[in-house]
Write a protein that binds this ligand. Structure first.
Ligand SMILES: [Zn+2]
Length: 447
């Protein structure tokens, strides 16, 4: 099956996005696709200063030339993240222009247009200018609201256009960031298997296969990605698209995001900068991805078939103790109640922990083998990132290993979704895992 066929099949399952056009020169299809999917509607091309130059202006001119009633809006700021004030800005643009948003840009502009369009009860069209994230085709928008990074439920774009010539001309770091965002689905998939075993979020088979069946293939050409080879970049964009469609099918970001993304959420919520600049989603996710690969490496060296389930259950804290721990850990965080809220949602009582741990213990050799088959080792992932041009060390995004170590405690508590660290807490191996990764000889040894 070609990627095009795969995407077409996946779109049928997802039922939100109607068309994806990813090819060299695809920009010229924008007016015709707009007219087909938004007949007799007015368009507003939404870009920033960079993406206006990269594609926005051409899209706008072609729309006018093809007789589409079209206006433009350029977000004036030079550097921005997906924050609420931009949602208000674009809500306002859509209300005053009474037009359909045509988002021209990368992940941030797309997420903003996605949520604002939803606020205005209308669909929108996405023109991607970089293969930098998987959010183009995803269900939901990830926005910082009241200091907390949150995923707002909203439908994916009706139409997606990605001109491979435009994607290939994007800054190399953006493509490398997209590569890392795609690679994140390796550990995220493994953590979904854990949630599946626990029964908290069963694997949605369609969403799983759409992405995981082709993931290895789509990560196999980091050289091509780094060199800006059109075929490699098109394949990367296809992979990111399938990842977004997997989220559409699941109606959640579970297929594409777990603990590795939470390291990024922490950095976004604390407005982390390195050398004065905000760091990209994908680069922050790269560090989280490597960290999770390192955790899995150490996890696989353990033998959970001999787990003392009775002892773990006897030692398991009460909800009040967990809430207290969360309040303590998050006391200096921009959202001090975040850990408290999330652990309250995901807390398992002693009976549930007994069931979960018994499943791990009784299925250990097969379950471990399944996880191992899914995961890449830290070394393999590090090598791929090195070739692709993504970070291979937290210092490259201005994060110390000490901070990464401290953030790990937050990631375990900051989302209700079950992850590897939850399993480790229950099995009383959390401290050992962390000590091995950040200790002497560990992947992120603190010197
Ligand atoms: Zn992502």
């Amino acid at each position: 099956m070609t990627n095009k066929e795969r995407i077409a099949k996946a779109l049928e399952l997802a039922g939100q996005t109607k068309a994806v056009e990813c090819a060299p020169g695809a920009l010229k299809c924008v007016p015709e696709l707009f007219k087909r999917y938004f007949p007799n509607k007015k368009a507003v091309v939404i870009a920033d200063n960079n993406t206006w130059k990269a594609a926005g202006e051409r899209v706008y001119d072609m729309m006018l030339a093809e007789g589409v009633d079209c206006v433009k809006f350029i977000i004036p700021d030079e550097e921005f993240h997906a924050e609420w004030k931009y949602i208000e800005m674009i809500d306002d643009v859509l209300k005053t222009t009474k037009a359909i948003a045509v988002s021209v840009g990368a992940g941030v502009i797309n997420d903003i247009c996605k949520l604002s369009s939803h606020h205005c009860n209308q669909h929108y069209m996405c023109v991607a200018t970089a293969a930098s994230v998987d959010g183009f085709s995803s269900f939901g928008a990830s926005i910082v609201y009241q200091n907390a990074k949150q995923t707002f439920e909203c439908p994916a774009p009706l139409v997606i256009v990605a001109d491979v010539d435009v994607l290939a001309a994007a800054p190399k770091e953006m493509t490398a960031a997209g590569y890392a965002d795609l690679a994140a689905k390796i550990p995220a998939g493994a953590e979904w298997m854990i949630a599946d075993l626990f029964g908290t979020e069963p694997i949605n088979s369609d969403a799983w296969h759409v992405l995981q069946d082709v993931l290895d293939d789509m990560l196999s050409d980091p050289e091509g990605v780094a060199a800006g080879k059109p075929e490699a970049i098109a394949a990367l964009f296809d992979g990111l698209t399938l990842s977004g469609i997997a989220m559409q099918i699941a109606g959640s970001s579970r297929p594409a995001s777990c603990t590795e993304h939470l390291y990024n959420h922490i950095l976004d919520m604390t407005h982390h900068r390195y050398k004065g600049k905000l760091q990209s989603h994908g680069f922050q996710v790269a560090v989280g991805t490597l960290t999770l690969c390192a955790f899995f490496d150490e996890f696989f060296k353990m033998d959970l078939s001999t787990l003392d389930v009775d002892k773990c259950v006897a030692d398991w804290p009460t909800l009040e103790q967990e809430q207290q721990r969360a309040l303590e850990l998050f006391k200096d965080f921009p959202v001090p109640k975040l850990g408290y809220t999330e652990i309250t949602k995901k807390y398992s009582d002693k009976d549930a922990v007994r069931v979960q741990l018994t499943r791990v213990k009784e299925n250990w050799p097969e379950f471990k083998a399944k996880l191992q088959k899914q995961c890449y080792t830290f070394e393999k992932m590090r090598r791929l990132f090195e070739i692709a041009g993504a970070p291979t060390d937290p210092s490259q995004i201005g994060v110390t290993r000490e901070k990464l170590r401290a953030d790990t405690d937050l990631t375990q508590l900051m989302r209700w979704r079950i992850n590897l660290l939850d399993l480790a807490k229950r099995a009383e191996i959390y401290d050992t895992l962390v000590a091995r990764v950040f200790g002497k000889g560990g992947a992120w040894e603190i010197k």
